[in-house]
Design a protein around this ligand. Structure first.
Ligand code: PLP
Length: 460
């Protein structure tokens, strides 16, 4: 047996070589990684992370859209420690429960607003967004079976949507690169066009008209498939991994009209958008639609420990509970006491510091004002924000909004400049995106905008 490796005795090169020898990274080209070596992130505080070479980096992505409360929050570590010493694990199968899971479910139910008379009184737990969306598929199918309509099996997602990386999650998502590997989507999942105004609007079409037309893709698909075969529509309020695609204001009301007309369940995947990201605890409230199921994960614990789940609306919960008998679905870690205790501490912290209200009334509007300035840069075709996410498009010709040749991978070039200049900003094609921690100050927003400008200049 090899002796255990103590990281404090390793230098960067040694860690990189162990990394490429043993660690199969998610979403990574390992040939590329082996030649360049991974950047080793060693510690973090507030909105900054540090690498093993001592470089300080402003993390404008909150890790992977999750560290909403920022790094170094002792309250969260204390909550995990206390719960580990009290009850580190017990399952919630077979008629047992635990106190943090119960308290968190009640808390989440109190935070999820009822819209149009529909409320969310129940939570189903998992450990991630992907698992939660698998649970959605199971619940939707079970619901329609119990409703005596087992032929309603098809779930409609959107091209360029992201719903996770499991077989069902990747199938619900509309990422062609993911579908190309592994024979996806699985049966009974199909997709419609995304509401991406910048790329898909017709010449002269207003944003409002485009929003209605884009929602109409869903109605056309329902009619093509036969409404009695469609079980649900799943979408992110604002597409995150697809590049921060913010739908026109007319989109969601029209989607609501369509799902109501055909009696289809609506799943709001809020893995990124919930917990303050858009200035609300849950994002459906911002857009005023009425989902039946809401997926959450990531920022429920500010990413400190894995936790995900589904807010199950009354329409579905009533049928599953009153007519269903045993639902043969669940995970070892459904309602994990440590994860739930950290989530409770995280929500308490967010309430105490008014992080959700800050996004709505303070740092969200300030980011919108400062980010809009980037639209003046010669490389930027459009710069837009929603709450505390933002995206800009790099273009070859600002006036005609002509895109760069994709082979130039300009987004990746810009991303490298960001990393080199101490800023984590993500590239999705030629869209550069951010989702910073919600604890950011105005001065830190200024610092971030200056860094972005510097990186755009370097990309020119
Ligand atoms: N759904 C959405 C909207 C996401 O953005 C993500 C991850 O980014 C997922 C689901 C998958 O979550 P996880 O990576 O925790 O499985």
């Amino acid at each position: 047996m090899n002796a255990p490796v103590k990281s404090e005795h390793l230098n960067t090169r040694e860690i990189q070589s162990l990394d490429s020898a043993h660690f199969l990274h998610p979403f990574t080209d390992h040939g590329d990684l082996a030649t360049r070596g991974a950047r080793v992130i060693t510690h973090a505080d507030n909105i900054y992370v540090w690498d093993s070479e001592g470089n300080k980096i402003l993390d404008a992505m909150s890790g992977l859209w999750c560290v909403n409360a920022g790094y170094g929050r002792k309250e969260l570590a204390d909550a995990a420690h206390a719960q580990m010493m009290t009850l580190p694990f017990y399952n919630s199968f077979f008629q047992t429960t635990n106190v943090p899971a119960v308290k968190l479910a009640a808390k989440l139910a109190s935070l999820a607003p009822a819209v149009g008379g529909r409320s969310f009184q129940h939570v189903f737990y998992s450990s991630s967004g992907s698992e939660s969306n698998d649970s959605n598929v199971r619940m939707v199918r079970r619901y329609w079976d119990l409703m005596g309509q087992p032929q309603r099996k098809i779930i409609i997602g959107r091209h360029n949507g992201y719903h996770g990386s499991t077989m069902a999650g990747a199938s619900l998502g509309g990422m062609s690169g993911m579908h190309a590997q592994g024979d996806l989507p699985i049966p009974n999942i199909t997709h419609v066009e995304q509401p991406y105004f910048f790329e898909n609007a017709l010449p002269g079409e207003s944003e409002a008209d485009f929003g209605v037309r884009a929602a109409g893709f869903l109605e056309a698909k329902i009619l093509e498939l036969g409404a009695d075969k469609v079980a649900a529509f799943i979408a992110e309020p604002v597409q995150g991994a697809g590049g921060v695609i913010i739908p026109p204001a007319t989109y969601w009301p029209e989607i609501q009209r369509i799902v109501d007309k055909y009696g289809i369940l609506l799943i709001s995947d809020e893995v990124i958008c919930a917990f303050g990201r858009l200035g609300h605890w849950f994002a459906y409230e911002k857009f005023g639609y009425r989902p039946d199921l809401v997926t959450f994960a990531k920022a429920v614990t500010s990413g400190y420990v894995p936790l995900g789940g589904v807010m199950v609306g009354d329409r579905v919960a009533k049928v599953l509970i009153e007519q269903g008998g045993e639902f043969n679905h669940g995970y070892t870690y459904s309602g994990h006491p440590v994860a739930c205790a950290v989530a409770l501490a995280n929500i308490e912290l967010m309430e105490r510091e008014n992080l959700v209200g800050r996004v709505k009334d303070d740092i969200g509007p300030y980011l919108a004002k400062r980010f809009a300035e980037l639209a003046d840069h010669p490389l930027v075709g459009v710069a837009e924000t929603c709450g505390f996410v933002a995206g800009l498009v790099l273009v070859k010709d600002k006036v005609t909004k002509t895109a760069f040749d994709p082979n130039l991978a300009v987004g990746m070039v810009c991303r490298k400049h960001c990393f080199g200049n101490g800023l984590i900003m993500r590239a999705v094609g030629d869209r550069m995106i951010i989702a910073p921690p919600l604890v950011m100050t105005h001065a830190q927003i200024d610092e971030m905008i200056d860094l972005i400008k510097r990186c755009l200049d370097a990309t020119l």
